[in-house]
Ligand binder design. Structure first.
Ligand SMILES: NC(=O)c1ccc[n+]([C@@H]2O[C@H](COP(=O)([O-])OP(=O)(O)OC[C@H]3O[C@@H](n4cnc5c(N)ncnc54)[C@H](OP(=O)(O)O)[C@@H]3O)[C@@H](O)[C@H]2O)c1
Length: 275
């Protein structure tokens, strides 16, 4: 099957599909059917994490799908309790065992947990995961500029991505500028603002203008600005809707109007205070 999803090139030369499927809060009893539905629609990029408790179900869906491994892009994440350097390879192996895979395409530190002062150690562990062939690419989530600068100054590998909360009412322009400056791609988590941004008046106006849904307008805004995103849904019609975004374009004025919606509306946890 040819995919309509464009890919971006990471700083290690590897490709990442720009639109994927997130599985946070997809329960163990629905994960297999939900991921199989996403595959049927055409998604090939999955975003999970050890802490989501559904890696086994993701792995079962991958096995049942019959898709070739090299058609898929699978991301998982190191949990905060495993930040000691010697714990990282075993943690990655445990995730791979659950996923039924020999490697993940992308392995991420889930939170910097600055109060533990351990993220550089964790990052050196991720470099070992990559050297051992357990992850093709490695990156971080929720890193603030000072965390990124410390890694870039002290480690060998520059993270390929920084996965951060980013949606129309919370655009994190200063942080994405640092990602750009250091050569990391930006991945947007909660790209729809967990659904909260769908009712925004500007988004509704643009949805009416383009005869599209609010979610489709927000997804185009991310794609056209060069970000990676993986909206989550357990609703079959929404899984389809969120992928049906490759036959219309927002104008530069539309993009600017959505940028103007920002009001510093952080919905998730503040990375400086996650321990
Ligand atoms: N690294 C991190 O710290 C971090 C943190 C949070 C999330 N993430 C990743 O980012 C992914 C996506 O973020 P998220 O799950 O927090 O939020 P999201 O994708 O912004 O929003 C998901 C919510 O929006 C609803 N929804 C989805 N499509 C819709 C549509 N077309 N119309 C109306 N409602 C729609 C879903 O409802 P239904 O499911 O009921 O359809 C769900 O309640 C996660 O699954 C996870 O992979 C990473």
């Amino acid at each position: 099957m040819t995919t309509p999803v464009p890919s971006l090139t990471m700083n290690d030369g590897r490709q990442i599909p720009q639109l994927g499927f997130g599985v946070w809060q997809v329960e163990p009893d629905t994960i297999v059917g939900t991921v199989l539905k996403a595959f049927e629609v055409g998604y090939r990029h999955l975003d999970t994490a050890a802490i989501y408790g559904n890696e086994e179900g993701v792995g079962r869906a991958i096995a049942e799908s019959g898709l070739a491994r090299d058609e898929l892009f699978v991301t998982t994440k190191l949990w905060n309790s495993e930040h000691a350097r010697e714990r990282v390879v075993p943690a990655a192996e445990a995730s791979l065992e659950k996923l039924g895979l020999d490697y993940v395409d992308l392995y991420l530190i889930h939170w910097p947990t600055p109060a533990r002062d351990s993220y550089l150690d964790a990052w050196l562990g991720l470099e070992e995961v990559q050297q051992a062939g357990l992850a093709r690419s490695i990156g971080v989530c929720n890193f603030q500029p000072d965390h990124l600068r410390l890694i870039v100054a002290r480690a060998t590998v520059v993270p390929a991505v920084n996965q951060i909360e980013l949606h129309p009412t919370f655009t994190q322009k200063d942080l994405t500028a640092v990602n750009d400056e250091l050569g990391l791609l930006t991945e947007a988590w909660s790209p729809l603002g967990l659904g909260e941004d769908l009712g925004n008046a500007t988004i509704s106006r643009l949805a009416a203008k383009h005869h599209r849904s609010p979610a489709q307008v927000i997804i185009r805004w991310h794609l056209q600005q060069g970000r990676i995103l993986f909206p989550k849904s357990v609703t079959p019609s929404r899984i389809e809707e969120n992928f049906d975004v490759f036959d219309f374009q927002l104008s530069d004025d539309d993009l600017k109007a959505i940028d103007g919606v920002d009001r510093g509306n952080r919905i998730g946890r503040d990375p400086d205070h996650v321990t």
